[in-house]
Design a protein around this ligand. Sequence first.
Ligand code: ATR
Length: 520
Amino acid sequence: MDTPKVCLTLTGRSFIENIETYRRYKNYVDIVELRADYLNEEDQFRLREFPSMIGIPCILTIRRKRDGGQFVGNEFTRTQLFSRALAFADNEKSHNFNYVDFEDDFNVASLNDIALAFSVRIIRSLHSFDGPVFNLRDTFSKMQHTPNEIFKIAFMPNNLSDVSRLFEEAKLLHGVQYIVLAMGPLGVVSRILAAKLGSCLTYTSPASMDKAMRDLGHMDPVTLVDMYHFRRINKTTRIFAVTGWPLKSTNSPLLHNSLYQKHNMDCVFIPLPAASIDEAMEFAKVARLRGLAITVPHKEKVISLLDEVDANVGEIGSCNTAVLQNKGPLDYIDRNYTPHWLGHNTDAVGFLNALIEFMGTDKLSKKKVAIIGAGGAARAIAYVIKTLGCKTCIFNRTVERAQSLASLYGFKAAPLCPDSYGLLERYSDIIVQTTNVGMNYTPVDGKNPQQKQYDPIWFYEFMGTEHLFDIIYTPDVTPVMARAKAKGCSVCNGIQMLKEQGYAQFKYFTGVDYDDFDAE
Ligand code: ATR
């Protein structure tokens, strides 16, 4: 099968606007879709001229409101626009529309005939915004009105399981050309992995796309082609993913995909938002994923779904990396396929490497350490601090959680409040901030206010001798970091930890050191 084509959907108000948009992405796209429902009236009446103006294969679509488009006229007007655009075709094929999108319930014999007469391929489409469409093969045959149509089914999934079923069913489609995709954030995987689904194209929009397109799950062609290496994805490409919920923003695809590119690996790393980890594991099985990075809130729950875990996971009680142990090519069709998953924790090694870099040494046993917070992230950190042999106290809003974590390692525990000032001062050689207080905080006018809700140790006056390691990386300077820095403390954020844990994941996923290439 050919690699799926990259289609740029053009939703400009005028031909000129659309042509300018196309020029920006010229080197990234194979075909454009003219969404005539977005055009001004003047250009709608001269649709015929567009293909020769743009000079690239072109799909004509006039989408009605109920199918997610902008067209509000009646079907008579729409039929007229189609006939104007398709009739009196030019002898030079490149001056005509190559494809036209007719919905499954839009069966106008005269238009079908025009399309057939002038060799315009019909894309017969079905859009469902209120749930999935299944039984694809039967649905295709019910949709068909003329020979040789390309079938398109786009639906809004209710959950990731609907997307998994799409991948399962697509394995059984042969002998027809089609485009199948799930819309919305859960469906982004179906756009990136069009080659795995056997779809003949994937739709993209310019980076400046409106909210409606973004909500449908469109991405821009540069991200698709450069970051996800879309043109290289084929049936044998190894797939990895990061799963979490809501997984609004994650740096992992960028990190892993650029490492695959650097090492010339036939791999792709995708975001896989999943409300439950069970659904993520189901997708991993159906789409034959080779590895999963697991993030909030699934790091603990995932353990019960794995076949085995390493000693770190057993000790820490949290897993952020699952690696498929089945080796060799994976049979996509085999219904008896059973994945075997091994879990690791790379948060611990990520923190350890970042801490050593921050402190400039791994000889830290003489240091007294304060861990702020006792949640999931603090568990991996406490484990590392124990291996370094430091005297430690855990401070947490809910003191019972601090006590229970501290008891695992023989640490002290205390409530996170002004009463603990003296104790915090005594354990302040290294302060590791692990709570989410200060996360996603945006400074106003470039200033970091010291409001209590953004600073978990607001009551503590820095002396200037402390090392503060805040595991947050957005923003890159949290209010507590700003306060410590102003007093002359040495501070660091979580970006290096994030990278280090990603490098360790890369090694588990591919068996290669991330910097092997540099060393050559
Ligand atoms: P993660 O896996 O990211 O560590 P978590 O397990 O939910 O997430 O833990 C969040 C940590 O941030 C906890 O230590 C939590 O304190 P509680 O155990 O008392 O809930 C801490 N935290 C969250 N919001 C906080 C706040 N407003 N003030 C102080 N600590 C807070």
